[in-house]
Design a protein around this ligand. Structure first.
Ligand SMILES: *Cc1c(COP(=O)(O)O)cnc(C)c1O
Length: 419
């Protein structure tokens, strides 16, 4: 359920015709619906009612300050994967004791920053990282709260690039090494073992892999208890999928029911790190058709947004529905919707049946709220696009479109090149 709907032949975000925003801010731009963001967070959070839990929204899906602020105000915690995300989270008002920090490659300065901020826990992904955190915490005379990210070796049946819980993936620590890790951690002076963590992948469209992972983690928790190591937090990660095309992922309530059922009788505090399921369908990318072009074997719609603005189609062959902002006349066409970038991989859709569109028409690239703007780049010196948030009948630019000056502001010419 989202708040991007047609009235007559015109696409609205909540009560605002998207065309009017495009006229005001230009194209391309990301557009987020406040009501959808809020609804998705609340549905997910309330699905776990009655259970001691902390939902830590996964920042990397969408880190706009306005989006973060909204979730913070709704009682969310935050899952971060970098010092930059910690900075953004603190800036948006998240209390540091509601922040969990995952990622295989935490740098020393990032670890120090998180220790000084006093985050809830580090999700540790290697023994070397564990030792580094212990060492840095020692220098700061602190105890670092840690969970070990365990790789339960279950197949999430998703795109290989977003599957993270298989033994061949770089993430987490296999069960045997994790037990070793817990033994070591429990003896380190500046480590406080508080949790266990797993995150098996993203865009997962069935409940089974989550439950398999959970069962495996539960057995591990029992084993650790037998060794005198008590686990307080069970972090299930994120990964619940959304409908881009015809997928039918479990509803958050179904997902929650399965997890809660499996956790009966334990006294663990549950941590969840949803990203995509909260923001994915709460955002779209609005782009304008620059040209139509008929090749000998293909029909092309050239849009003013490309792979630098929305990388998912190029990176994962991901499907995003493409709808006209104003529905016109004519039979549907089958076309490649491509961007202006000098790469053959630069497409938003391939061989797609869409409504007939012409030069100047606006297109809505749907389900672009997650891993859209955050993955965008300046490739081909394209300024990053604006982000806009709608609430009811008004809208606000929550990130200005970058200017040409922004492109070079951090660059300098060395003296030996003259001026
Ligand atoms: C990316 C990520 C998430 C969020 O994944 P979604 O599929 O967007 O829910 C959660 N936890 C970790 C550790 C991640 O890397």
């Amino acid at each position: 359920m989202h708040h991007f709907n047609y009235r007559e032949n015109e696409l609205y975000c909540e009560d605002v015709p998207i065309r009017t925003i495009a006229e005001d801010v230009g194209t391309p731009f990301y557009l987020y619906s406040h009501a959808t963001l809020k609804r998705h967070f609340l549905i997910f959070n309330e699905a776990f009612d009655g259970v001691d839990r902390l939902v830590c929204y996964s920042a990397k899906a969408n880190t706009n300050q306005a989006v973060l602020k909204l979730f913070e105000s709704l009682g969310s915690g935050l899952d971060i994967v970098s010092g930059g995300e910690l900075y953004r989270g603190l800036k948006a008002g998240f209390s540091s004791d509601r922040i969990v920090y995952s990622g295989v490659g935490k740098r020393m300065d990032e670890i120090d920053y998180a220790l000084e901020a006093g985050i809830l826990m580090f999700n540790v992904e290697s023994l070397e990282e564990l030792h580094l955190i212990n060492e840095r915490a020692g220098l700061l005379d602190l105890k670092a709260p840690v969970a070990i990210r365990v790789n339960p070796d279950v197949d999430p049946k998703t795109h290989p690039y977003i599957s993270t819980g298989l033994e061949k993936n770089k993430f987490g620590i296999d069960r045997e090494t994790a037990i070793e890790g817990y033994k070591v951690a429990s003896r380190l002076d500046h480590i406080d073992v508080v949790g266990i963590d797993c995150h098996i992948g993203s865009q997962i469209t069935e409940a089974k892999p989550f439950i398999e992972a959970l069962e495996s983690i539960k057995r591990l928790i029992e084993e650790l208890r037998g060794m005198g190591i008590e686990i307080k937090y069970l972090d299930m990660g994120g990964g619940l999928g959304i409908t881009y095309d015809d997928e039918s992922p479990p509803h958050p309530r179904e997902y929650a029911r399965a997890i809660v059922e499996s956790l009966k009788g334990t006294h663990l505090k549950l941590i969840l790190e949803p990203g995509r399921v909260i923001v994915g369908n709460a955002g779209i990318l609005v782009t304008q058709v620059l040209f139509r072009k008929s090749g000998r074997v293909k029909e092309f719609v050239v849009a003013d947004a490309g792979m630098n603005d929305l990388m998912r189609p190029t990176l994962y062959k991901a499907f995003h529905a493409i709808e006209p902002v104003v529905r016109g006349e004519g039979d549907p066409i089958t076309a490649d919707v491509v961007g202006p970038i000098c790469e053959s991989g630069d497409f938003l859709a391939q061989d797609r049946k869409i409504r007939n569109v012409k030069k100047g028409d606006l297109l809505a690239v749907m389900s672009a709220g997650a891993y859209g703007f955050t993955m965008s780049s300046n490739y081909c010196s394209r300024p990053r696009v604006a982000e806009v948030m709608v609430k009811d009948d008004s809208y606000h630019v929550v990130r200005n479109r970058e200017s040409y000056q922004d492109l070079v502001v951090s660059e300098s010419i060395p003296p030996f090149l003259g001026d």
